[in-house]
Design a binder for this molecule. Structure first.
Ligand code: SF4
Length: 199
């Protein structure tokens, strides 16, 4: 269960705090996420059992996200645009078509298909056809699910653990955030139980 955690480089600062080495290489992230997947699913089950309020868990995700994203350059990575398919509405497709200078019917025929979720669309193929040299070319016309990715700042993270674990295989930010959050929440729960025992 702890194989992946054992592989992650950690160092201790003068203040005694443990720092996690941030992994940015996508192949390494995939391999480590596979090794750690059992632990991640155990963590998901653990989150359902503990009595730490959801907003505290969300806060731990948000803080870890703010710290990790400053240490990873998405323009060097762009792996979400290569490895995942976005889901977007007709309105969002129209905005993309307009930004790309194509009539919406042509944009749809060329790049899009219906997603399994009724009324939504996705691209036919990966990587994202709007990606050029690791840069998304349509700027603000990106669909909401891309602009908000990897969604770690949002409320309700314990209920989104399946998708977080799934994204940890491809997104270095998600992988590193999960590795940062797991020991924080586990120790929060441990000290909460200790306090209860002492009462
Ligand atoms: S969000 Fe994740 S997968 Fe996408 S570019 Fe940034 S680090 Fe890479």
């Amino acid at each position: 269960m702890d194989v992946a955690r054992g592989l992650i480089g950690r160092s201790t600062s003068k203040s005694g705090h443990t720092h996690m080495k941030i992994i940015t290489d996508v192949s390494q992230v995939k391999a480590l996420a596979e090794l750690g997947s059992e632990d991640n699913y155990e963590f998901r089950a653990f989150l359902k059992e503990i009595s730490i309020p959801e907003n505290e868990i969300d806060e731990a995700f948000r803080e870890a996200y703010e710290s990790v994203r400053q240490q990873i350059d998405c323009s060097e990575c762009a792996n979400c645009c290569k490895a995942a398919l976005p889901v977007f509405s007709m309105g969002e497709m129209k905005r993309m078509a307009q930004a790309s200078g194509m009539p919406v019917e042509e944009f749809m025929d060329e790049y899009c298909c219906e997603d399994e979720y009724k009324g939504e669309y996705t691209f036919r193929e990966k990587p994202c056809p709007m990606l050029q040299e690791n840069r998304y070319t349509l700027g603000e016309a990106a669909p909401e699910c891309c602009r908000e990715y990897p969604h770690l700042h949002k409320p309700g993270r314990p209920r989104a653990m399946y998708s977080i674990i799934d994204n940890s295989f491809t997104c270095p930010i998600v992988y590193n955030v999960l590795e940062k959050v797991k020991p924080i929440i586990r120790s929060k729960d441990y000290y909460r139980m200790l306090r209860e025992d002492m009462l």
